[in-house]
Write a new protein. Structure first.
Lengths: 162, 162
DNA sequence: CTTTGACACTTAACATGTTAAACATTAGGC
DNA sequence: GCCTAATGTTTAACATGTTAAGTGTCAAAG
């Protein structure tokens, strides 16, 4: 590989176009475009889908951890949980030990939806893997996770054990 | 299972967590968090900022090309242009040659805003560069651009002259 | 000139992002 | 028990994302 020293100052639009915010946005759009038809078919938004999957994987989980894992803000999660509960896909109840917390569980209907659409989703992701290469995706995921860690918590250390 | 008495803050890295949509979203959030204070200070949203910068770099540009370059959808751009025009940061007028098109220009106030805040923005980006390494960012940008291109060729309409 | 189809927005309706503020509960100190 | 601070969640207000449908314009054909 040649040393990455390409800075084509000649292009008028290159300055804004070759930046992390734009590049990350474009890449995410390219990926999500593949999933949108499936999501629209089951009448579930992208964020609702993430919430459902996290709830299924985590089992019973409180709203704060759910918001963090599903990458949605607390105000958004409040609305999403209300919608999903109204559709019967999840069940909500107060934590008896700490009545501030809302605990979330997946319902039978939610499990069924995830089981069916999950297969389609996995198929789409496999298509993407075949198109890009599993190793290339793994490298990109590593790079993204490293960037996230190196930029995100300036002070928040995750290592709980001293 | 006993209710969480202590906080298992770190969500176990499940299947959902190591996927392109989530990883791209998290990375973008980590980057944007650095720019948000500056944007809030000048009372400009992230999308409005992108639009302004593209208009400045491109000079006079029509709405369709602007939407594509700034990564916003047409309905969003309509509202954004209305807001920016009301604030006097841009000027809008019909294309005389093709009255379907809306042409956008930067105003003196817009130039002034971009000049001032642009310096801060550049400083923040430089901070990020120093933290991550310029070569590492360049590699990531290359990977992201390649992924974007490799996932989009279902639509082979490239009338983009450079 | 009129029709047809395509293009470039524009509007509408609902969902979420983003920020700030409010509410309910818990934990600790008096 | 009351007060204060902190935590977990909710509400509110505005901006944007997303999809579908509508409006105005251009271009080609009759």
């Amino acid at each position: 590989m040649a040393p990455s020293k390409h800075r084509p100052d000649v292009f008028p639009l290159s300055e804004t176009q070759r930046t992390l915010p734009i590049a990350l946005l474009r890449a995410r759009e390219a990926v999500m475009e593949r999933f949108r038809p499936m999501l629209r078919e089951i009448d579930v938004t992208e964020q609702q889908w993430r919430v459902l999957r996290v709830v299924q994987e985590a089992g019973e989980i409180d709203a704060t951890q759910l918001a963090s894992a599903a990458c949605v803000l607390a105000p958004s999660l409040t609305r999403i949980l209300k919608t999903l509960e109204a559709r019967g896909l999840i069940a909500l109840h107060r934590d008896e030990a700490d009545r501030r917390r809302t605990l979330v569980n997946i319902s039978a209907a939610g499990k069924s939806l995830l089981h069916d659409a999950g297969q389609t989703s996995a198929g789409i992701y496999k298509e993407i893997e075949e198109r890009l290469g599993a190793d290339r995706i793994a490298d990109l995921l590593d790079a993204l996770e490293n960037v996230t860690q190196d930029l995100g918590p300036s002070n928040t250390d995750v290592t709980d054990d001293g």
